[in-house]
Design a protein around this ligand. Sequence first.
Ligand code: CU
Length: 146
Amino acid sequence: MHKFLSVIFGGALLMALTACGQGDVLYVDEAVVNLSPVDGNPSSGYFDVHGGPEDVELVGVTSDDVVRLELHETVEENGVSVMQPVKSVPVPAGKTVSFEPGGKHLMIWGIGNGSISRGSLKMIFIFSNDDRIEFDAVVRKMGDPE
Ligand SMILES: [Cu+2]
């Protein structure tokens, strides 16, 4: 009888473990940087954050090879869309938050020539739970294929 019960519990545990396939890891993907066609103007960056097992906030993005990087969002004010810096962005557990044109985005000043010619920029995404996720964003020049 004992053995039978532990087999059942073991099976239930295994099912519980495999059932939480979604949202068990916080990660970033689909990161791209669209270079500004005008020298000196900021470039824009987009990516997806996939929430992990707990609610966190994205509190910053940095890179060794830029002069300045800011988190921005585009909001409507009296029918006009304006950009404003944001301090942090909530990433709910198991949900995907997209930074995309017309919404939340990165503004990036002074990307190094090495990253530009290599076509990738290493960025570090910093979260409120102290997770730091490194991800190489694809750097695209105007006219590059998507
Ligand atoms: Cu902006």
